[in-house]
Design a protein. Structure first.
Length: 372
């Protein structure tokens, strides 16, 4: 019996391909039951001694695509590393017992990680556990929310968000009309919702009506927003006006390597600088962040900036909330002073496997791995 196991790193399942060797019975002498477990570009091989006699020496010659890897190996088991992605190979084991030769080989293919999405499953024991459907965030559980679920339309847009806690619950409905959209948030115990309406007249201009009947006192405000973009189409300037045309908020943004690296809060004369590593971002999903109750540590881009009410102000720029950073945040400075730092450990595929916050707390990062 020969088996190939395709094992997806820290994934939730394995794909096993079995290949029978005639009528071999693994309980009889002479069968080595060669097996291969594939980790993208890394393969572990295991096999049994072809004899049950413990006092008989067995040596093994190992070949990859008929090229000798090792001769006269005395113990079963071998590891191959740094193979080419998405490539087929044949591994052969020749066992020798005093001139009696036993041969088994197994064909396998390595896997290209670019063909898979690494979707964040959890951060440590106390952080959210996330669930997906077709690579879209479907639901998660959080320390303060018993259940968080999302419903999508055929275009992958969120149409409903449900948050359930031990003592409260909130449901949010999203409606779309062309490029404009709105959402209505209701508490389960209230019939006075929060309503946000975004009416886009162009990609760089829109109005916002913000009615909050959950607040005390309640309010109903209308704002207009103007954006300017850089040559790559990213937002570099944001200005928001009240109903009388007076500027009430103003920010500028700079980017590098698909990351937001600088935010200048013109209104309050505060400069935020964000530094990144060069590895793949672990924030591989983005919640519809202008809705409340979402964990700020997990999402990419400006979701890191839950500082000085920036989080509340940036909800008026939904495009930034949907932005994904290419890399992982390692530090945030405010007017030149370091406010936060983050450290990481990485897998061989350059995805973070652990994050350490500046308070010293470390959490493992676990992923689902799904085919594109």
């Amino acid at each position: 019996m020969k088996n190939v196991y395709i094992f997806f790193l820290v994934a939730i399942s394995t794909l096993t391909i079995s290949c029978d060797k005639g009528d071999d019975d693994s309980s009889t002498d002479g069968s080595m039951d060669l097996e291969a477990t594939v980790f993208f570009d890394y393969v572990e091989f295991s096999w049994k001694r072809p004899t049950r006699e413990v006092n008989i020496d067995v040596s093994y010659d190992l070949y990859l695509n008929d090229e000798l890897l090792e001769a006269n190996k005395l113990n079963p088991g071998y590891v191959l590393e740094d193979l080419m992605f998405n490539t087929s190979y044949v591994f052969k084991v020749i066992g020798d017992i005093d001139g009696a030769i036993y041969t088994e080989e197994i064909a396998f293919s390595t896997i290209n990680p670019d063909d898979y999405n690494f979707l964040l499953k959890s951060i440590g024991a106390d952080e959210p556990y996330c669930f997906y459907d077709n690579n879209e965030l479907l639901s998660s559980t959080e320390s303060y929310v018993t259940d968080l679920e999302f419903v999508y339309d055929s275009q992958g847009r969120i149409t409903k968000q449900l948050e359930r806690g031990d003592i409260y619950g909130i449901f949010t409905d999203f409606e779309y009309l062309g490029t404009s959209f709105s959402y209505i948030k209701n508490a389960f115990i209230s019939d006075t919702p929060l309503i946000m309406e975004y009416d886009f007249t162009s990609s760089n201009a829109y109005s916002i009506r913000h009615r909050d009947n959950l607040a005390s006192p309640t309010f109903d405000y209308t704002y207009t927003v103007e954006l300017n973009r850089n040559a790559q189409g990213k937002i570099q300037y944001f200005e928001m006006f009240n109903a009388n045309g007076v500027t009430i908020d103003e920010m500028t943004f700079e980017y590098a390597n698909e990351n937001l690296v600088q935010l200048n809060d013109v209104k309050n004369d505060v400069l935020y600088e964000i530094a990144y590593d060069t590895k793949k971002s672990y924030a591989t999903y983005t919640m519809f962040a202008i809705s409340g109750g979402s964990p700020t540590k997990l999402a990419a881009g400006v979701r890191w900036l839950d500082i000085d009410n920036l989080y509340g102000r940036l909800k008026y720029i939904p495009e930034l909330f949907l932005m994904r950073s290419a890399n992982n945040v390692v530090s945030i400075k405010v007017n030149g002073d370091v406010l936060r730092t983050y450290g990481y450990e990485y897998s061989g595929l350059e995805y973070p496997t652990e994050i350490t916050y500046d308070n010293g707390n470390s959490y493992e990062l676990n992923y689902y791995i799904e085919e594109n």
